[in-house]
Design a protein around this ligand. Structure first.
Ligand SMILES: N[C@@H](CCC(=O)N[C@@H](CS)C(=O)NCC(=O)O)C(=O)O
Length: 235
């Protein structure tokens, strides 16, 4: 049995982590039996979630989770996808994972109102007496990550302008097709859905969400993916 370590649903999302959401969609696409269970990034092999367990094999990182499902279970996430589309798919995934992602983290962790509505609640399980210190330490680390990656060196208008270009690129490639490359979803759709749904999350007062809403095709796309893979979750 495949077991995926996740954070668990929050803020109306399947998971507050786009990476966990991506892995869940890949597992749904695979048709394999799997379960989710709460995990802890501090105990994960690479210090990040999600982590897949497959009969004793432990696979951290969504790209390697996908490759494991392909290799160990013979899943082809890219049936009917051309070499050119595969190349575009890889570029789109890394644009979202290594660029747009940090704008999402910035909005949730660096803006006080969003932090109070969202990530602060992750710490409810920490004993009250040490909670303020732990929140401060973890938030300081996230701020350092945001600075190190570079996104925090921009002002909010610049961050939204960069994220807006990524969202416009996705909308441009999607065009009026139901899925990224045509009538059927492929592996990259797992990533695209994960990030689009996280950006569209209406739990936060979000300039990124406003940027995504400039492209009605993205909202329709997220709904289509939800209806296909998360009908139990959304009903
Ligand atoms: N490259 C990784 C990225 C995973 C990732 O960044 N996960 C975040 C949650 S969205 C995490 O676990 N962060 C915890 C930490 O950095 O301490 C993947 O594709 O799985």
């Amino acid at each position: 049995m495949l077991v995926l370590e996740t954070f668990g649903p929050a803020w109306g999302l399947t998971d507050p982590s786009p990476f966990v959401t991506k892995a869940i969609v890949l597992l749904e696409m695979s048709g394999l039996d799997y379960e989710t269970r709460p995990g802890d990034p501090r105990k994960a092999p690479k210090g990040k979630m999600p982590v897949l367990h497959d009969n004793g094999t432990i696979v951290p990182d969504t790209t390697f989770i996908r490759r494991h499902l392909e290799k160990a279970h013979g899943i082809d996430f890219d049936r009917g996808v051309s070499d050119e589309q595969k190349a575009v798919g890889w570029a789109v995934e890394k644009m979202l994972e290594d660029n747009l992602y940090w704008a999402v983290v910035y909005e949730r962790w660096a803006i006080d109102e969003n932090f109070d509505k969202g990530p602060r609640h992750f710490f409810a399980i920490v004993p009250a007496v040490v909670r303020p210190l732990i929140v401060w330490m973890v938030r300081r680390q996230v701020r350092r990550d945001l600075w190190g990656q570079g996104i925090a060196r921009h002002n909010m208008d610049e961050i939204v302008s960069l994220a807006g270009s990524s969202l416009a690129s996705v909308a441009g490639i999607l065009g009026d097709k139901p899925y990224l490359f045509g009538d059927d979803p492929c592996g990259t759709d797992a990533t695209v859905y994960a990030f689009v749904s996280n950006v569209l999350c209406d739990h936060f007062d979000s300039a990124l969400k406003a940027a995504a809403e400039k492209h009605p095709t993205l909202e329709a796309y997220a709904k289509r993916m939800e209806e296909r893979y998360f009908v139990d979750f959304i009903t």
